[in-house]
Design a binder for this molecule. Structure first.
Ligand SMILES: [Zn+2]
Ligand SMILES: [Zn+2]
Length: 436
C-alpha cells in the first residue's frame, strides 16, 4: 500500500490500478476537465494541471514505484526546489508540446475581474424577427448565499488558515519529466480545495454548506426586437453565475434565424416565390398571392395588358423586414413569379385546333434546310445533372443566381436591381416588365 494515495485519488483510480487503467482514467478525466470545455469553471485549468501532473508520475513505472514507496518526497530532489510560476509554466509547456500558453486558460493564478460570460445560441423564427416577441425562460445560476453573504461560514465564525498550504491555496508537487529530469508544479491544495482557509464541518453555513454560493432558479425575459439581424447578441448583463468578490458575468443570447418555408431574408429585404398559372401569366391576375409574416393576406393585381414571362419578379415596396431600432422603416418584398404550365390532362380536355388558332404560330422548319437531316428519338433528360457534371460549380449551379443575390451582405445588389429593373415613375412601384 502506498504511503500516499493523493495522485491516485486525482485520477479516480485505486493504487492497485494497472497502467492501462491509469491511462484510460486520465484520458477520460482530461477530456472532461479540459479548460476549453469548461469555460465557466474557473477551477478547470487547475484541475486539469493536477491530473496531468499526477498522470505524468503514475504512468512511468519508475516514478510510480518511487511515489508508492515514499510519496512525493520519494521523487527526488527536483530541478530547483519550489519556484514560482516560471517553473510550473516551464513544466506544463513540456507536457503540452510547447504550448506555453496553457496558463491563458484563466486558472492557475491570474485573478479575473469579472465572472465568465455565457453565450447561448437562441433559435428565432422569421415571424419573431418581423413581429417582435418577448420570451420568458427559466434559468439556473449560482448566486451568493444570502445566509452567510458568501463567507461560507456559520454566524460570525472565521475560517482558519489552512495548515497544509499555509493559506496559499496551492502546494508544490515534484514530478519527473524524463528519466533524469524533474520539475516542480503548483497544484491546488486538496486540504482546503484551493481556498487557503478551512472551516470545520460544524462552522459551515447551513444553507450553502460552506460552498459560498447556492443555486437559484430565475425567470428571465428577453426581447426579440423587430428587425434584429441574424447573429444579434442580446446581453443580460450580470445574469451569469455569481462568485464572491467579483461581479457576475453576462448571459448572452445569440440569435440564429431558423429556416423559413416560404421567405428568405436579406438584410431588410425579403424574397419569396409565387406560382401563377399560364392563364395568369398571359391574362393577368388580381388575388391574394401570399400570407405575410404577420398573417396579413397580400393582394396584388398585375397591370392590364402585361404578359409575365418565366423568371419575372416583382417588388412590393415596404413589405420587407422592419429595420432594427426603426421598425417603421421596412425593406421591400421581392416575389419571383413561377409560371405553372398546364398538364396533359388539361390538354386532352381542350380543342387543340381551337387552341392553336388562338396561340402564336409555331416556328417553321429551318431555312435553308441543312443538307443532311437525321431523325433522332425524343427522350426526356435532366439538364441540371448534365451541367452539374461539367461545371465544377456543382449541382447548385442553377441556384447561384439567387445565391449571389441573397448571400449575406449583398444588399447593394438589391439597390442596383431597384434602379435598373423595377422602378418606374409612372407605375408607382407596381409590377413592371424587365427591359428586353
Ligand atoms: Zn452560506
Ligand atoms: Zn490548503
Amino acid at each position: 500500500m502506498p504511503v500516499d494515495t493523493e495522485l491516485y485519488d486525482l485520477l479516480g483510480v485505486p493504487p492497485s490500478a494497472s497502467e492501462d487503467d491509469i491511462k484510460k482514467a486520465y484520458r477520460k478525466k482530461a477530456k472532461e476537465h479540459h479548460p476549453a470545455k469548461n469555460p465557466n469553471d474557473p477551477q478547470a485549468a487547475q484541475k486539469f494541471q493536477e491530473m496531468a501532473a499526477a498522470y505524468e508520475i503514475l504512468s512511468d513505472p519508475e516514478s510510480r514505484a518511487l511515489y508508492n514507496e515514499s510519496g512525493m518526497a520519494g521523487l527526488g530532489p527536483g530541478s530547483g526546489g519550489p519556484g514560482g510560476m516560471g517553473d510550473a509554466a516551464d513544466l506544463f509547456a513540456q507536457f503540452f508540446g510547447g504550448g506555453a500558453t496553457f496558463f491563458d486558460f484563466g486558472g492557475g493564478g491570474a485573478r479575473r475581474h469579472k465572472g465568465q460570460d455565457t453565450e447561448v445560441p437562441y433559435d428565432v423564427t422569421l415571424e419573431d424577427l418581423y413581429n417582435g416577441k418577448s420570451v420568458k425562460m427559466n434559468m439556473e445560476r449560482e448566486i451568493i448565499c444570502s445566509t452567510c453573504q458568501g463567507s461560507g461560514a456559520r454566524g460570525s465564525t472565521k475560517p482558519k488558515e489552512c495548515v497544509h498550504c499555509e493559506g496559499k491555496g496551492w502546494t508544490f508537487i515534484q514530478t519527473q519529466i524524463a528519466a533524469s529530469r524533474y520539475g516542480t508544479a503548483r497544484t491546488k491544495c486538496t486540504e482546503c480545495n484551493g481556498q487557503g482557509s478551512k472551516l470545520k464541518e460544524k462552522d459551515r453555513c447551513k444553507k450553502c454548506k460552506g460552498e459560498k454560493t447556492v443555486e437559484e432558479k430565475t425567470r428571465q425575459e428577453i426581447f426579440i426586437e423587430k428587425g434584429m439581424p441574424d447573429g444579434h447578441r442580446i446581453v443580460l448583463a450580470g445574469a451569469g453565475d455569481q462568485q464572491p468578490g467579483i461581479p457576475a458575468g453576462d448571459v448572452i443570447f445569440k440569435l440564429k434565424t431558423t429556416h423559413h418555408e416560404s421567405f428568405e431574408r436579406s438584410g431588410s429585404n425579403l424574397l419569396t416565390n409565387v406560382k401563377i398559372t399560364l392563364s395568369e401569366a398571359l391574362l393577368g391576375f388580381s388575388r391574394i398571392v401570399i400570407k405575410h409574416l404577420d398573417g396579413r393576406g397580400i393582394r396584388v393585381s398585375s397591370p392590364p395588358g402585361r404578359i409575365i414571362r418565366p423568371g419575372d419578379s416583382i417588388k412590393l415596396r415596404g413589405e420587407g423586414m422592419p429595420t432594427h431600432k426603426h421598425p417603421d422603416q421596412k425593406g421591400d418584398l421581392f416575389i419571383v413569379l413561377d409560371i405553372e404550365m398546364p398538364d396533359s390532362q388539361w390538354l386532352q380536355s381542350v380543342n387543340k385546333q381551337a387552341l392553336e388558332s388562338l396561340l402564336p404560330s409555331k416556328k417553321p422548319d429551318m431555312d435553308p434546310m441543312p443538307e443532311i437531316v437525321d431523325e433522332v428519338p425524343y427522350e426526356e433528360g435532366d439538364i441540371v445533372d448534365v451541367r452539374a457534371r461539367s461545371f465544377p460549380a456543382g449541382s447548385d449551379f442553377f441556384d447561384q443566381g439567387f445565391a449571389s443575390q441573397f448571400g449575406e451582405g449583398d444588399e447593394d445588389d438589391w439597390e442596383d436591381d431597384d434602379g435598373d429593373d423595377y422602378d418606374n415613375d409612372n407605375m408607382g412601384g407596381e409590377p413592371e416588365c424587365r427591359p428586353q
